[in-house]
Ligand binder design. Structure first.
Ligand code: G3I
Length: 369
């Protein structure tokens, strides 16, 4: 109990500092362990010297990486949430606003208002934006899913969607998740409308069309459950090798990293990232969260913190792993409880926007205090 109180006091003080909200909580200083006390004395002297505590983004930049978060349009009315999103991260990904259902709600009628809102916020905060996502079997508009298409029809629809969206965001996003979740767990192609109608070549076509529309933007394939070496990540490795051999413009692989304590940590993550680097590709951890069965206990939160530390260290250890993105940063806006009933607490900040042990583990992994 006492330990819990101390942990919370430390977390609140660090949050106040991290959020740039002013002095820490000196009243509790003598209760805290020596290491925390030292860090907070250093922070206090940094503040006196006019310095602010480095953010996760600052720390990541020292390694030539970015540290980002997803966000979603409805959340942008939450002032304290937006403040932390703008101060702690140097990269954001729109969680839904650039998906097909949002951007082409009627055939040939484009609406970029939600994505633009995120891009404008990012610009104001000097953050880079990852475009997410052009081709995915989920969150498609009804006009697309409600009818049958011939191959030539669907090719034209796909090409127009990709090129209109990529052109719209040219120079505004640094990377695109071009094709999302193309494989099944066993490494076979997912039988999406695109695969069934166009065959596996739709992936190379999508990459080529995106490249024509913005020759500078980095083009990624992105998926979940490919963090460790196994049939699904092997499928990506095989495909990436083929695409590179055919000079298809593929620049990176996104590892979503939606992890769950009950399924174990993907211990081959670092080796896996490295084998993609060896193909001449960038890698990124694009949608990180670490969920658990509720209630969250001190032990589970400590294990979660360790996983956040491990995955960040894995990225830092591999030269071409360019950055880490949380799939939103606070439990307040996590997608997990709605999709996995009974699970949650997956992110480094809690529902009150207070940092959890995972936040401090991230700082340490990035070389901060
Ligand atoms: O827009 C409607 C709104 O009108 C309605 O009132 C509300 C009521 O439920 O639903 C809203 O749609 C929701 C949408 O998010 C926008 O908030 C959908 O129900 C909900 O299913 C949808 O969830 C998104 C999910 O993708 C869909 O698969 C999550 O927010 C989003 O975080 C999640 O992100 C995906 C990545 O794109 C790809 N990788 C996996 C990741 C997690 O599923």
């Amino acid at each position: 109990m006492r330990k819990n109180r101390l942990r919370l006091a430390g977390a609140v003080a660090a949050f106040v500092v991290a959020a740039g909200l002013g002095a820490g909580s000196p009243a509790q200083a003598s209760d805290r362990p020596a290491s925390e006390r030292q860090a907070s004395e250093q922070e206090a002297s940094d503040r006196q010297a006019g310095d602010r505590q480095p953010t996760l983004a600052d720390l990541a930049q020292r390694h030539g990486r970015y540290f980002g978060s997803a966000t979603d349009n409805p959340e942008l009315t939450d002032g304290p949430y937006v403040a932390l999103l703008g101060s702690e991260f140097d990269q954001i990904t729109p969680g839904n606003g650039m998906k097909w259902y949002a951007t082409e709600p009627e055939q040939g009628v484009f609406d970029f208002s939600q994505g633009d809102e995120v891009v404008n916020l990012a610009r104001a905060n000097r953050q880079k934006v990852r475009g997410h996502t052009l081709v995915w079997h989920s969150q498609l508009p009804e006009w697309l899913t409600a009818r049958e298409w011939t191959a030539p029809e669907l090719r034209a629809v796909l090409k127009k969607h990709i090129q209109t969206e990529v052109r719209h965001y040219r120079g505004k996003v640094f990377a695109w998740d071009v094709v999302n979740e193309a494989f099944n767990e066993d490494g076979t192609y997912r039988e999406t409308v695109f695969y069934k109608t166009l065959g596996p070549g739709y992936i190379a076509d999508a990459l080529r069309w995106a490249h024509q529309a913005d020759p500078r933007v980095k083009l990624y394939l992105n998926d979940y459950n490919i963090e460790g070496i196994g049939p699904k990540s092997d499928a990506y490795h095989r495909l990436a090798k083929e695409l590179k051999a055919q000079r298809v413009p593929l620049h990176g692989i996104g590892f979503q990293a939606h992890l769950a304590l009950q399924y174990g940590y993907p211990t081959t993550l670092e080796d896996n990232l490295r084998r993609f680097s060896r193909l001449g590709l960038d890698t990124a951890l694009t949608e990180v969260d670490v969920r658990m069965q509720l209630p969250a206990t001190e032990e589970k939160l400590a294990q979660q913190a360790q996983w956040y530390r491990d995955l960040t260290e894995a990225c830092l250890a591999v030269r071409r792993c360019v950055g880490v993105t949380l799939w939103d940063y606070t439990d307040k806006y996590s997608w997990i409880p709605a999709f996995f009933p009974g699970e949650g607490a997956a992110l480094p900040w809690d529902e009150q926007l207070l940092p959890k042990p995972a936040y401090f583990a991230l700082r340490e992994a990035l070389g901060g205090r």
